[in-house]
Design a protein around this ligand. Structure first.
Ligand SMILES: Nc1ncnc2c1ncn2[C@@H]1O[C@H](COP(=O)(O)OP(=O)(O)OP(=O)(O)O)[C@@H](O)[C@H]1O
Length: 676
């Protein structure tokens, strides 16, 4: 199939041909034939567009239906629900109900296991209420903004970039769009995130972007800070904010954490906690909310040694990479490559960043993200902060498109430098040289006796100012004193005239055994809610044999309950065994739910399938005679007969995912399924 662009060019060429023939006074027959050809090319293009539109509409409708079925299950089963529902709810705030809480706790526990425990990270928990100076130092007070516009009539608020993006999409769908204009708009689309206020204003006007629904004019765009301001204490004197990310709590504790770690680098600290962003347009359920759980890691490393000691363990893992180069190519496509190759070819900046990208991939696989719908997209140059060495987002495809769920960035020394500068506390590490080095250093020696006599109480700030001089300034002062007998020195207490006898400045060779340096930070930042929503989408399906049977194929690691236990019929003997089974399993750490309702076994299975419970144990009459029960696996509906004494061990292995169902049950008697 020809591309739309090629078709458009054919239409343009046919149009140009008609104009040329008219200009050169060609015969009416020739002109009529050219007009005919133009009409034909236009028709082909229009029919192609109609087909695409239809396919697009059908796809959008299918996605809508899928989402409505899924949210029916998720909200109906209380995985999550809009907060404060009885008061009408508030956009961007959600409650997790019982199964949602259980899944979230499991995702977090697994995250802790996979990262904090396996990597010996230092976990911290810091308050969400954060004093203003901390967030001013980090740049959030000044820069944590989105550009906002209002409908001039209704005053409704919108994110300017969202409206512009939608408008550009609409304009790009126009088949008659000139090639130059198309390129211009595509270029603008790629730069939307970086547009400054004035550029956004121009872009909105240039594209004639209006308010949705009302089609009213929009206000000029203006920055809106996403942080929730608050005051700490009753006087209102101490300003603060609810933190927009958990990371800052780790940076400000760097010195103590380094000490705790015996002064050794590299090390990583981690935190799981709530973050708050007053999003202008919260949407798409859990994907963009105003309060959410983040799990963040700050890995501190020497800026010249970003190798990772465990890199070899992950080097062969294949990642779906969407590098800068791939995004800028004519055909934009991610590619598969091992993380080892990506680092050695310089696609990923260093081993430590590569290591965390690979570990993130393993984490997402283990909780049930479909590998075909996961990619790591590198930030384009203009998306990256000036200090960042390299950034990648783990993007998961769901019905809303590709969604950033984890940000992985090499932030160099930016954060520690920023807090050092503002707090006046050195956030540095010390490195001992393998062999000491000789270095010429400046030594400034103020003559305290003469200074004391001459300046009395001002001698102290003068001494400090002399000691703070850099090499060039110190020698310049010395020269000025020699030439004019005295020279001016600026201090915190004002300006003073100092003379050559008041200080001595010289360069001496010193042996240095080490030095202080500011470590770089590599930061993987996970949004738990976004990951969970994508995980739910990937887990959701309808059994092919029955439209009514919806299933969440949550992996055992994250499933809210690991097994249900059913007595086949309501019978005292069977109930006793089921109760006993329940006790054994829960005391072995396997969460179980006893279901003694009298409904059919098929219905009971369907109920637990919808909750994502991976296994079911059924107690039947045979259990009373030979001490066995059946164990069923949710997705295959396979059942095996297992001695009751072995069920805890079997489910333990399956839930830890150290064995597959086929491996773990190979030796057990298979049994016909009883789903109906
Ligand atoms: N409003 C939100 N709702 C839910 N999760 C969020 C929200 N904002 C950020 N996150 C999660 O926190 C992670 C790290 O935050 P980060 O600051 O990198 O996001 P971001 O780049 O600002 O996200 P976006 O551009 O989508 O607003 C994101 O990858 C995402 O999973």
């Amino acid at each position: 199939m020809e591309t739309l662009e090629a078709m458009q060019e054919e239409v343009n060429a046919a149009g140009a041909n008609v104009r040329a023939l008219k200009a050169e006074g060609a015969s009416p027959e020739a002109i009529a034939a050219a007009i005919d050809a133009l009409k034909k090319t236009k028709l082909t293009l229009e029919s192609e567009l109609a087909t695409l539109k239809e396919a697009g509409n059908a796809e959008a409708k299918a996605k809508e239906e899928f989402r409505s079925k899924l949210s029916g299950v998720l909200e109906g089963r209380l995985f999550y629900i809009p907060s404060f529902k009885i008061y009408g709810g508030v956009a961007g705030l959600y409650d997790y109900g019982p199964p949602g809480c259980a899944v979230k706790a499991n995702v977090q526990a697994f995250w802790r296991q996979h990262f904090v425990l396996e990597e010996s990270m230092l976990e911290v928990e810091c308050p969400a209420v954060t004093p203003e100076p901390v967030l001013r130092a980090s740049g959030h007070v000044e820069k944590f903004t989105d550009l906002m516009v209002n409908d001039v009539q209704t005053k409704e608020c919108y994110r300017a970039d969202h409206l512009l993006e939608e408008k550009i999409e609409e304009l790009l769908r126009d088949p008659m769009l000139k090639a130059d204009r198309r390129r211009e708009l595509e270029d603008l689309q790629a730069r939307i995130d970086e547009l400054k206020v004035e550029e956004m204003s121009v872009a909105l006007k240039d594209t004639n972007t209006k308010a949705p629904v009302t089609n009213n004019d929009l206000s000029e765009p203006y920055p809106f800070n996403l942080m929730f301001p608050t005051q700490i204490g009753p006087s209102g004197a101490v300003k603060g904010f609810l933190r927009p990310e958990t990371a800052q709590g780790i940076f400000v504790n760097f010195r103590d954490l380094l000490y705790f770690n015996g002064g050794k680098l590299p090390f990583a600290a981690a935190q799981i906690g709530q973050s708050f962003r007053n999003e202008i347009a919260p949407r798409a359920g859990l994907l963009r909310v105003r309060e959410f759980t983040q799990a963040e890691i700050e890995h501190f490393v020497h800026p010249d040694h970003k190798e990772h000691p465990r890199f070899a363990e992950v080097a062969n893992i294949q990642l779906n990479l969407f590098s800068q180069e791939a995004q800028l190519a004519a055909v934009k496509k991610p590619f598969l490559m091992t993380v080892g190759d990506a680092v050695s070819k310089g696609i990923i900046a260093n081993e430590t960043l590569g290591y965390f990208i690979a570990r993130c991939h393993l984490f997402l696989m283990a909780i049930g993200i479909d590998s075909a719908r996961l990619r790591f997209r590198q930030h384009l140059k203009h998306e990256m902060a000036h200090y960042a060495a390299d950034c990648w987002d783990a993007e998961i495809q769901c019905s809303y498109g590709w969604i950033e769920c984890v940000g992985l960035a090499d932030r160099s020394a930016f954060d520690l430098n920023a807090h050092s500068e503002k707090s006046k506390v050195d956030l540095v590490a010390y490195e001992r040289f393998d062999t000491p080095i000789q270095e010429e250093v400046l030594v400034m020696t103020p003559n305290k006796q003469i200074l004391g006599k001459a300046f009395k109480k001002d001698a102290k700030p003068i001494t400090e100012a002399l000691q703070a001089l850099g090499e060039a300034e110190a020698f310049a002062l010395q020269e000025a004193c020699a030439a004019n007998s005295s020279a001016a020195l600026k201090t915190d207490a004002g300006e003073f005239q100092v003379s050559a006898d008041m200080f001595k400045v010289e360069k001496v060779t010193k042996t240095l055994n080490g030095r202080n340096y500011t470590p770089s930070v590599i930061e993987p930042s996970f949004g738990i809610g976004r990951i969970m929503y994508c995980m739910f989408e990937h887990a959701f399906y309808i059994r092919p044999d029955d439209e009514q049977k919806t299933v969440l194929k949550l992996t055992p690691v994250v499933a809210p309950i690991k097994t249900t236990i059913f007595p086949l019929v309501n019978d005292d003997k069977l109930n006793d065994i089921a109760n006993q089974m329940n006790k054994t399993l829960t005391s072995n750490g396997i969460s179980a739910k006893l279901d003694t309702t009298a409904v059919s076994i098929g219905k009971r299975y369907a109920r637990t399938d919808e909750l994502g419970v991976p296994f079911a144990v059924t107690v039947d009459h045979r259990s009373t005679t030979d001490g066995t029960v059946t164990v069923r696996e949710r997705d295959s509906c396979d059942q095996v007969r297992v001695p009751m004494t072995e069920v805890a061990e079997l489910l333990g292995r399956l839930c830890k995912m150290t064995a597959t169902w086929a491996e773990a049950t190979a030796s057990y008697e298979k049994q016909a399924t009883a789903d109906d």
